[in-house]
Design a protein. Structure first.
Ligand SMILES: O=C(O)C(=O)C[C@]1(C(=O)O)C=C[C@@H](O)C=C1
Length: 351
């Protein structure tokens, strides 16, 4: 037993040395990571890893077999890359590490991202002045300041209603002026963006355009807040990178929107990724809103999703409402009528 104890003491000593060496190595990989970021190189460098492994295998005199040494070093590479990625992520302009305080979007005496939860309601598509007037009156009666509505609709089928276009923007502009509301409208390209800026308060980049990098660069240069929706199959990392495109081009007024992601689940239109909410709140300083209509694609669970989103730390909720969903020109099945809307509103109003 004495012998074992002596050997263990020697192992403990070596462990300490290994620990020091591993962390010295990690410090060097962090420095390499910073250089890579500066030059736009990717973290993973398989050729370098292969070179290291081949050198070690030539040098290896055992008793560890080459495959064991390779396994150990592959773990070290993994840990190094994780460290480099986290460090690079912390350097992003959207990162909470870069700016600790919450970004609060201030617009027309209202704010998004502060202590108040932002409630954003409106139809899927702007269909007529009368329709928008009815929605605006309803919102006004409840003191809700944010209204949504699509003028350019990214429909799956080219034969589906594509939105009223400029006519829709004009209606939204007039309605907001008359009822003192703040509008959210999606644009899909540069041309629409140029026109929309004359009528719209907050420009939305939809899920399908989350990685339209030239459009992201363009909205990075406008003087209006941008509402960025998470792409259908985008990871949280990719979502953050898209926001980084906007802020890096000069526009810090970004609102992130979780709207569900595509999974194998068929019970909902998309799977609401609620964990994205606290992750985005922790890792970025930007406000986070949850779109409960597009994630669920069904009305019966919207109250629960709204409350769950706010409980998870969301800065607000977006949902689709319509004075008469039965005759809606798009997404008829997921828009709430005013009665259903009131039920939802009562559930979340005091959050
Ligand atoms: O040499 C690099 O490029 C590094 O980033 C360091 C390192 C390593 O840990 O040795 C890490 C990741 C790369 O895939 C290759 C090697």
């Amino acid at each position: 037993m004495d012998n074992i104890n002596d050997l263990r003491i020697e192992i403990d000593r070596i462990n300490k040395q290994l620990l020091t060496l591993l962390n010295r190595r990690a410090d060097l990989t962090l420095k390499i990571g910073k250089e890579k970021q500066k030059h736009g190189y990717t973290v993973h460098d398989p050729i370098r890893e292969q070179h290291i492994l081949e050198t070690l295998m030539k040098e290896n005199k055992g008793p560890f077999k080459n495959e064991d040494i390779t396994g150990i070093f592959k773990e070290i590479f993994q840990a190094s890359k994780k460290l480099q990625k986290t460090d690079q992520s912390d350097e992003l302009l959207i990162s909470r590490k870069k700016k600790q305080s919450d970004t609060i979007i201030k617009i027309k005496n209202q704010s998004i991202g502060g202590s108040e939860k932002a409630l954003i309601f409106g139809p899927c598509s702007i269909e007529s002045y009368e329709q928008m007037e009815q929605v605006a009156k309803k919102l006004n009666s409840l003191g809700i300041k944010f209204i949504r509505g699509g003028a350019f609709k990214p429909r799956t089928s080219p034969y589906s209603f594509q939105g009223l276009g400029i006519e829709g923007l004009k209606i939204m502009g007039e309605i907001c002026n008359k009822h003192d509301l703040i509008s959210f409208v999606e644009v899909m390209d540069q041309e629409q963006l140029d026109i929309a800026c004359d009528y719209v308060d907050i420009v939305q980049i939809g899920a399908r355009n989350m990685q339209n990098f030239s459009l992201l660069k363009k909205v990075g240069k406008i003087n209006k807040p941008v509402f960025l929706k998470r792409g259908l199959s985008a990871t949280i990392e990719e979502f953050k990178m898209s926001a980084e495109y906007i802020i890096a081009n000069g526009n810090p007024n970004i609102i992130l929107c979780e709207r569900g992601i595509r999974t194998y689940e068929q019970a909902t239109r998309n799977t609401l990724d609620l964990s994205a909410v606290p992750i985005l709140k922790n890792e970025t300083h930007l406000p986070v809103i949850v779109d409960i209509s597009h994630s669920a694609g069904r009305k019966d669970i919207m109250d629960s999703l709204a409350r769950a989103s706010l409980a998870a730390g969301a800065d607000g909720i977006m949902a689709e409402i319509h004075p008469n969903p039965l005759i809606a020109l798009s997404d008829a099945g997921q828009q709430l009528d005013f009665e259903e809307f009131m039920t939802l509103y009562k559930h979340i109003q005091h959050y």
